[in-house]
Design a protein around this ligand. Structure first.
Ligand code: ADP
Ligand code: MG
Length: 322
């Protein structure tokens, strides 16, 4: 199968590639064309996933596609943006029909769940990797950035943390378990649900936001640095799912929730007066701490002991001298 046949068969004909709001021209020309209303701004983010680094070698293609799109769309959620379209640069070792069929189905499923259109891409041969670029829109000057947290704000998250990290021993084949708890954790790893509706609801409410990809402590460090404040996290308030509690011992669950990556749950700061209205509307807003004067991230453990956290999270070139 040639490159053009492949693109036409698996991607251009997918339901998610038939256009949508804001897509003037999709796959097939030299560029896609998007239209953004005059009073809105374009939000753009790109993510690369490499086999053996971001997912195991020889992954399930359906789940891989779902996850790759979800983690990229999660950046739109973190800005409070509404998805428009995405491009897919796909590097494959070979063109296997079954693999491509499953991959395209996983992609289509997640694209439709997120209301985002496939608008273009590139297809090349080489070691398996994916680069997705997402385009969204936000009302002018209302995008949620990392830099607006104010002393006195509440620190909140949009759901339970640590589920995806809890699933890692299963993903890596170090542990096998077919309990309901294990299945629930795997679901979080392979099919994270970008918190798009929550992000949009936080526009004009949250003072800063991001999506947790590198772990709560590391990502809160980004808000603290960008906003020039200290974020204090109360460990006892960090929500952990029943599935993770059933699957892992207490210490592992705690480490997953604080430092495990891949949650794709929103973390945000909120003026205290905004809390009750958002909760009354049913939004998942869990207060886990507060914004204070200072810098860095401070953790308060169950016994009230405070500790300032070192900068952490996964860094690709850490220690390589590059
Ligand atoms: P060009 O040579 O002009 O860069 P290509 O031959 O790479 O164009 O791609 C032809 C068309 O197919 C373009 O519209 C491109 O955006 C689209 N395309 C290529 N690969 C993919 C893919 N994996 N998914 C979706 N669209 C793709
Ligand atoms: Mg090209």
């Amino acid at each position: 199968m040639g490159e053009f046949e492949l693109i036409g068969h698996y991607f251009a004909s997918a339901a998610c590639a038939q256009g949508g709001d804001g897509v003037v021209l999709g796959i097939g020309d030299d560029c896609a064309l998007l239209e953004v209303p005059a009073d809105e701004q374009l939000a753009i983010s790109t993510d690369t996933l490499v086999a053996g680094v971001h997912f195991p070698h020889d992954p399930d293609p359906y789940l891989l596609a779902q996850r790759a799109l979800a983690v990229t769309v999660s950046d739109l959620a973190a800005m409070g943006a509404t998805p428009i379209g995405f491009t897919l640069a796909l590097t494959l070792e070979s063109a296997n029909a079954d693999w491509l069929q499953a991959f395209a189905q996983g992609l289509d499923q997640m694209a439709r769940a997120c209301s985002i259109s496939l608008i273009g891409g590139d297809t090349t041969r080489g070691p398996l990797s994916l680069t997705l670029t997402v385009f969204g829109r936000t009302p002018k000057n209302l995008a949620l950035t990392r830099s607006g947290a104010q002393v006195g704000d509440l620190l909140c998250v949009g759901g339970c943390l640590g589920n995806a990290a809890g699933a890692l021993p299963l993903v890596l084949g170090q542990r096998s378990d077919d309990s309901g708890a294990a299945k629930a954790l795997l679901q979080h790893y392979w099919s994270p649900q970008p918190q798009l509706a929550l992000g949009q609801a936080l526009r004009g409410n949250a003072s800063a936001a991001l999506d947790i990809s590198d772990g709560l402590l590391a990502d809160c460090g980004h808000i603290a640095a960008a906003s020039r404040v200290r974020l204090q996290i109360e460990l006892a308030k960090v929500p952990v799912s029943a599935a993770l509690q059933a699957f892992a011992d207490a210490e592992t669950a705690r480490n997953c929730a604080l430092s495990g990556g891949d949650d794709y749950v929103l973390a945000f700061t909120l003026p205290a007066a905004k809390l009750a209205p958002l909760q009354a509307q049913g939004w998942p807003v869990h207060v886990i701490g507060s914004v204070q004067a200072g810098q860095g991230v401070e953790l308060v453990d169950e016994s009230g002991q405070r500790s300032l956290q070192a900068k952490g999270g996964y860094q690709h070139f850490a220690g390589s001298g590059d």
